[in-house]
Write a protein that binds this ligand. Structure first.
Ligand code: N01
Length: 542
């Protein structure tokens, strides 16, 4: 018997544990806890040296959450809800990471995690019906269920600029900001490439200390106020009174959030003056994107987009700069909108300058700085806020093989396919929370983490109760889900026509496929549980 066959034979009788969870962010921590609660033996692996996932790595100045802290938290445990107090409606990165450590410690899962260890690949052992997981530490672990809680925004995208390594100064990515030392930008000339949410949050903080800031913008984004500030004690008390009711209630909403403020009138019912009045009310209440009950219609979206553009123009003194900071090329929501109370005003400071790349593109990086078609900008530091190979990227970065040795990367060669955003045909008992085609980044990721992990472990419980070792979705279920994802995306103004990381357009060569399910959290949750209640008709049982 060859070595591999011997290993398979051993693995057939002796998995090392029931579940392996990869990643220790929101989904990973809750998956570890849930596995333990359900009496399953579990191991976790995390490439960082601490818990936090995205909130560990993105430690750039100004990093904070622009989903409010009333919702962006766990609700599975009443005591956690009652013991933790957020300092701001838009919590900062260090606070969110502390929170995740607090929860992981309180739930006793820290000891289950092997840190500073990357899972490099996993293969399905067909005979045994188990997964063999390989790590960067050279370890191999055989398990029955594999949960890849690797996040949606954890695979940084290469900037795609020539001679990046030639720069003689310091260079940082917002997505992997140094954690082991303070980055001192005081008095330095800093160039920032990228004006997505990370750039928009980092630029004002960098401008506070740098002597000169040059922002290299390829595409302008919508920027609206954050709604941040002190938590409302009454709202907090309401959450603490019955966390389970809040948890259930959030699953009944479109976005998986504590009911957000929103307009109570329909755009289509109002005249011009009425629309303007509602837009102002919403802007001042920090919910301009939800100014109307029918905010999703193209007509309402157009009015909302125009209104935000006007408010943006008013915040920037220099007309040339103002005009270029406004997104004229896509409607609100086509790309992921940004939120900041200070970003636009940053350009009113004399040491901050915008470079509009559509006019003068970057040619290359040079030892002294950034070279555009117009001039060379001499810099001490370059900050790349250039984004991620989002949603499918983190899974594609691993080497996963399923039934018949089929590779995930081959199955996903034309873009990710799955059913209900959690499982892929040919990869039994492999679960992918926070990956493509779930409500993911267009819902509250904290609520989604709990929902997906619950669904995964409810599926596992069903298998065990019914004496079935494994399941995976039918190929036709994946076709159905791809159609559903596309059907809902088509309803969203600009979703298919705007270049964005939602559809893979930000990564050169990545197949274009809309990767977020926009049917809403409630419908998503109901569709998942309809499968379970009906004995998984959309799946093949093994
Ligand atoms: O990344 P992005 P991000 N030359 O992809 C530009 C979440 N998040 O890290 O648009 C020049 O949005 C690129 O330009 P273009 C949130 O979901 C949440 O900022 O491709 N420019 C773009 O401007 C967010 O959406 C929070 O033309 C280049 C920028 O880099 C997601 O993370 C906070 C370039 C990348 O923007 C990703 O945000 C922060 C090049 N070669 C982030 N390559 C919260 O508050 C790229 N760009 C919860």
């Amino acid at each position: 018997m060859g070595e591999d066959m011997t290993q398979q034979a051993n693995a057939a009788t002796r998995p090392d544990c029931d579940v392996v969870v990869v990643g220790a962010g929101f989904a990973g921590i809750y998956a570890l806890w849930t596995a333990r609660q359900r009496g399953l033996g579990v191991r976790g692996f995390e490439s960082a040296s601490d818990v936090g996932g995205t909130w560990y790595w993105n430690a750039y100045p100004g990093a904070r959450c622009d989903v409010d802290s009333y919702s962006y938290a766990y609700f599975f445990d009443n005591e956690v809800v009652r013991e933790w107090s957020w300092s701001d409606i838009c919590a900062q990165q260090p606070e969110i990471q502390n929170y995740l450590r607090f929860v992981a410690e309180r739930c006793g899962v820290i000891g289950d995690i092997t840190f500073e260890t990357r899972v490099t690949g996993a293969e399905y052992l067909e005979e045994a019906g188990f997964w063999r997981v390989r790590t960067s530490g050279g370890e191999e672990v055989v398990c029955r269920y594999l949960v890849l809680a690797v996040g949606a925004l954890s695979q940084p995208k290469a900037p795609g600029i020539e001679d990046v390594d030639s720069f003689a100064g310091e260079a940082y990515f917002t997505s992997t900001w140094p954690r082991d030392r303070e980055v001192d930008l005081r008095g330095k000339r800093v160039g920032v490439i990228g004006t997505g949410s990370s750039g928009v949050q980092a630029i004002p903080e960098i401008a506070r200390v740098a002597s000169e800031v040059v922002v290299f913008q390829r595409t302008a984004n919508f920027v609206t106020p954050t709604g941040g500030g002190p938590m409302d004690p009454e709202k907090v008390a309401g959450l603490r009174r019955d966390p389970q009711a809040v948890r259930q209630g959030m699953r009944e909403t479109y976005g998986g959030t504590y009911p957000p403020s929103m307009g109570d009138r329909r755009f289509s019912d109002l005249d011009e003056a009425g629309r303007e009045r509602e837009l102002w009310k919403a802007w001042e209440g920090d919910y301009v994107q939800l100014a109307f009950l029918d905010a999703h219609t193209p007509e309402a979206n157009e009015a909302i987009s125009a209104f935000i553009r006007q408010r943006m123009l008013e915040q920037v003194n220099d007309p040339w700069t103002a005009e270029r900071l406004v997104p004229w090329d896509h409607p609100y929501g086509g790309k992921r909108p940004c939120r900041s109370d200070v970003y636009l005003q940053t350009y009113n400071q004399p040491h901050v300058r915008l470079v509009h790349l559509p006019d003068t593109p970057i040619e290359r990086i040079a030892p002294e700085g950034i070279v555009t078609t117009e001039q060379t900008f001499e810099l001490d530091v370059i900050v790349y806020a250039t984004g991620f190979d989002a949603l499918s990227g983190p899974v594609r970065a691993m080497n996963i093989t399923g039934i018949d040795g089929v590779r995930m990367n081959d199955v996903w060669a034309d873009g990710p396919v799955n059913y209900l955003g959690t499982m892929v045909h040919g990869f039994p008992n492999l679960f992918l929370p926070s990956s493509a085609m779930s409500p993911s980044v267009l819902s509250n990721m904290a609520t989604l983490a709990e929902q997906q992990v619950d669904f995964i472990f409810d599926t596992v419980a069903w298998l065990e109760e019914n004496g079935r070792p494994a399941l995976h979705p039918r190929a036709e279920s994946q076709d159905f889900w791809a159609d559903e994802t596309l059907r809902y995306a088509k309803r969203v103004p600009g979703a298919l026509t705007t270049d964005s990381w939602y559809n893979g357009a930000n990564v050169p060569g990545k197949p274009r496929r809309y990767m977020v399910y926009r049917g809403g959290f409630k419908r998503y949750n109901e569709t998942c549980y309809a499968e379970l209640e009906n004995g998984f008709p959309g799946y093949e049982l093994i």
